[in-house]
Design a protein around this ligand. Structure first.
Ligand code: GCB
Length: 641
C-alpha cells in the first residue's frame, strides 16, 4: 500500500507558533539540492516558443495549445531558458509584447524515477513573469501568480500513467500587470482611430525598469522519497561563546550540524530543539572580520517506514550563525555596529534581460568585493536563490525586498492588493528565511504612502511580516517627500531615497548639503529610528566629460556622490547606519524622454565597466571598512580581485 500523501510529508515546522498562525502556505520551498536521497535534473536550454498574438491574446486557451505539441498548432521559434524573451529576436513586437507566451519542452525522465513508486518527482520553476500555468502531457499541474519566486508541482503520477510517452512540459506565461499584481500596472486601450491603429493598447507601469518577461530562472525536475523533508527553519542566537541553534522538526528526524571540515559539532534527534555549539564560528559580514561568512552545514535526515518500505531522506542546509538587532541609532550584527556601505542592484543584462546567468553573477560578486561593498538591497524584487547563496558564502549582507514597487494608484491599496501582497511576503519569507546574509525584509519601494489607505495597508503588511519572522527587522523604502510617511511608525529602520540636485533643483550641487541634512533631521526628529540612505545618485553617460561638471557627465555623478558623502560622514556618527548607491550598474528601462537607452545611474556600465564614480566609491568603501571593520589579511591586496 503506498504511503498516504499527507503522512508521507514530514514538515520541519518552524520555531515560532505564530508563523503557523499567519502563514497561508501549506508547503515548504527548500532549494533543490542533490543528496544521497535526491536527484536534480535541469531543464535549461532550448525550448519551443510562441507568443499568442491573437487580438484577445487568448487563442492558446481557446484552441488548447497545451493538448498537443506546440509545433502542431502553429509556428514555433527557439527560446532559451532561463532568459527574458524580449531581447532574443529582431522582432519589435516581441520586445514589447504584452499577453500570453507559450513555452514547451519534451523531457526524457530516467526510467528508475518512473519505475519506483516510492519516488516523488517534482517540477519546479525558479521564476516566471508574472502569471504562469503549467501542464504536463496536456494535464494542468499548477498555476502561479507573481514573478521572482519559485513554484512547484508533483508530477510523478502523471508521468507514470503512460511511461512510453515522453514527458511534455508546457508553460504559458502572461506579463500583464493589473492594479492588484506586484508590481502593479494597468492596460490602457486607445480607441481614437485618428491617432492609433486598431486594437492599440499600452501597459502603464509606475516603476523604472524594463518589464522583462518570460521564464527567468531554472526549470528543473527533482526527486525525493515519498516521505521527505518539506521545510526547515533555522533561527540562530548566541550568548557568550555558546550558540543556541533553534529549529523544530518532526520526531523521526535527526539534525546534525557540521563545521567546515565536516566534523559534527552538535546534533539532535528531538522534534524541535536547540543545538548548542561550543566555540562557535560566527557568520560575519565581508570586511567586518578576518574570517567572514563562516558556514556550517546542517544535515537533516529523516527515516520513515510504512508496511512495505523504509524511506530515508537527507537534506543539507548551509547555516550561518549570527544575530541581528536594531537600536534607535544602530544596526547590530553579532552585537557589533554594522554600517551598510553597498549598492542597489537589478537583475539585468544585455540579451538575457532578467534571465539567470552564472557568469554575470560571479562577475558582479567580484566587482562588489573590488568595490569594498559589504551589502546590497534586492531592489525592487527578490533575486535568484543562487545570488543569496553567494551572499551567504561571501559575507555580503542583504536587504531582501519584495516586488512591492510602483504602488502609486489608490486602487492598489484595496483588499485584494493587500491579500496578494501578504501572500507574496509569505512566499518570500518561506524561500529566504534561512539565509544568514538576509538581515532585513523590505516590504515596498516608494509607495504613495501619503494616501490615507496606506496606513492600514502598511500597518497590516509590516505586522504580518514581523509575525512571519520575528528574528529580522522590517523596513519599507520611502522617498524624499516627507509627507509619504504612513507606514514609518511600524518599521524598525527608516530607508530614504533622495535625488537632490537631480530630480529636484537639477544642476545645483550646492543644495545637497542643506537638503540632505534637513532630510535626516526631519526623519530622525519624528521617529528616532536609525536611517539608511537607501538610494542616491545621478545619471552619467560613460565617456561624457565636463568640467565644471554638468548633468549626465561622469564628473557630475562624482560630484553628487562626494557631496552626499560629506553629509553622510557627519550623520553616520549619530543615527545614519548605511548608504547604498543607486545603482550598481546601468540598466534597461521603458522608453521615455528621461531615459537614454535605459537608466544611466550605474557606477558601472551595463557591461560592467567602471565609470569615474566607481573609483570614488571604492576609495570610500575601503576607508569605511578600515574604520569600522577588521579586514582579513588578504584584503591588504584588494587589487588581486
Ligand atoms: C528611484 C527608484 C528607482 C529609480 C531611481 C531613478 O527612486 O526607486 O527604481 O530607478 O529612483 O533613477 O529614478
Amino acid at each position: 500500500m503506498p504511503v498516504p500523501a499527507r503522512l508521507g510529508v514530514f514538515r520541519v515546522l518552524c520555531l515560532f507558533a505564530v508563523f503557523e498562525a499567519v502563514c497561508l502556505l501549506d508547503t515548504g520551498m527548500l532549494f533543490p539540492r542533490e543528496s544521497s536521497s535526491r536527484e536534480v535534473k535541469e531543464l535549461n536550454g532550448r525550448w519551443d516558443f510562441r507568443a499568442d498574438k491573437s487580438p484577445n491574446r487568448n487563442q492558446g486557451f481557446e484552441k488548447a495549445w497545451y493538448k498537443s505539441r506546440l509545433a502542431e498548432t502553429g509556428p514555433v521559434i527557439d527560446m532559451p531558458v532561463p532568459a527574458s524573451y524580449n531581447d532574443i529576436t529582431q522582432d519589435p513586437t516581441l520586445r514589447d509584447f504584452i499577453g500570453w507566451v507559450w513555452y514547451e519542452r519534451e523531457v526524457v525522465v530516467p526510467a528508475r524515477w518512473i519505475a519506483d513508486e516510492g519516488t516523488r518527482v517534482v517540477l519546479r520553476v525558479g521564476s516566471a513573469h508574472y502569471y504562469s500555468v503549467v501542464w504536463v502531457n496536456g494535464v494542468k499541474v499548477t498555476e502561479h501568480n507573481g514573478g521572482h519566486l519559485p513554484f512547484e508541482a508533483e508530477i510523478g503520477s502523471l508521468i507514470r500513467k503512460d511511461p512510453t510517452q515522453p514527458c511534455r512540459i508546457t508553460i504559458a506565461v502572461n506579463n500583464t500587470l493589473t492594479l492588484d499584481t506586484l508590481p502593479p500596472g494597468n492596460i490602457q486601450h486607445m480607441d481614437d482611430h485618428t491617432k492609433y491603429p486598431d486594437g492599440f493598447f499600452v501597459q502603464n507601469i509606475y516603476f523604472d525598469f524594463f518589464n522583462y518577461a518570460g521564464i527567468h530562472r531554472s526549470v528543473l525536475l527533482y526527486t525525493t522519497p515519498k516521505a521527505y523533508v518539506d521545510d526547515i527553519t533555522v533561527v540562530t542566537d548566541f550568548l557568550d561563546n555558546t550558540v543556541n541553534l533553534k529549529s523544530s522538526f518532526f520526531t523521526t528526524l535527526k539534525a546534525t550540524l557540521m563545521d567546515k571540515n565536516g566534523r559534527c559539532v552538535a546534533s539532535s534527534s528531538e522534534p524541535s530543539g536547540v543545538l548548542k555549539v561550543v566555540d562557535v564560528n560566527l557568520w560575519w559580514p565581508y570586511l567586518m572580520h578576518e574570517n567572514p561568512a563562516y558556514l556550517y552545514s546542517m544535515e537533516v535526515r529523516l527515516m520513515a517506514t510504512d508496511s512495505r518500505s523504509t524511506y530515508e531522506d537527507v537534506y543539507t542546509l548551509p547555516v550561518g550563525i549570527r544575530t541581528v538587532n536594531v537600536t534607535s541609532t544602530q544596526f547590530l550584527i553579532n552585537n557589533k555596529p554594522f554600517y551598510f556601505h553597498g549598492v542597489n542592484k537589478h537583475e539585468d543584462s544585455d540579451i538575457r534581460g532578467k534571465g539567470f546567468d552564472w557568469p554575470l553573477i560571479v562577475k558582479d560578486f567580484n566587482l562588489l568585493k573590488w568595490l569594498g561593498a559589504n551589502s546590497f538591497r534586492t531592489s525592487h524584487y527578490p533575486y535568484a536563490e543562487e545570488i543569496l547563496q553567494m551572499c551567504d558564502r561571501h559575507g555580503i549582507v542583504v536587504i531582501d525586498e519584495c516586488p512591492g514597487v510602483g504602488i502609486k494608484d489608490i486602487r492598489s491599496f484595496g483588499n485584494s492588493s493587500l491579500t496578494h501582497h501578504l501572500a507574496v511576503m509569505d512566499e518570500l519569507v518561506r524561500r529566504d528565511k534561512n539565509h544568514a546574509s538576509v538581515v532585513m525584509w523590505s516590504v515596498a519601494n516608494e509607495p504613495a504612502a501619503e494616501m490615507p489607505p496606506a496606513d492600514f495597508y502598511f500597518k497590516t503588511l509590516i505586522k504580518h511580516t514581523k509575525a512571519l519572522d520575528p528574528s529580522r527587522p522590517v523596513t519599507f523604502i520611502t522617498d524624499s517627500n516627507y509627507a509619504r510617511d504612513r507606514g514609518a511608525p511600524y518599521v524598525d529602520v527608516i530607508c530614504v531615497n533622495s535625488y537632490f540636485s537631480w530630480y529636484h533643483d537639477p544642476g545645483h550641487l550646492e543644495v545637497i548639503p542643506i537638503q540632505l541634512k534637513t532630510q535626516f533631521e526631519n526623519w530622525y526628529g519624528k521617529y528616532q529610528k536609525p536611517i539608511i540612505q537607501s538610494e542616491y545618485g545621478a545619471d552619467a553617460v560613460a565617456g561624457f566629460h565636463s568640467d565644471p561638471p554638468v548633468m549626465f557627465s561622469e564628473e557630475y555623478q562624482k560630484a553628487v556622490l562626494q557631496s552626499y558623502h560629506n553629509v553622510l560622514d557627519q550623520k553616520r556618527k549619530q543615527y545614519v547606519i548605511g548608504e547604498l548607491i543607486w545603482n550598481f550598474a546601468d540598466f534597461m528601462t521603458v522608453q521615455g524622454i528621461t531615459r537614454v537607452v535605459g537608466n544611466k545611474k550605474g557606477i558601472f556600465t551595463r557591461e560592467r565597466q567602471p565609470k569615474a564614480a566607481a573609483f570614488i566609491l571604492k576609495e570610500r568603501y575601503w576607508r569605511l571598512a578600515n574604520e569600522t571593520g577588521r579586514l582579513p589579511v588578504w584584503t591588504k591586496y584588494p587589487c588581486s580581485f
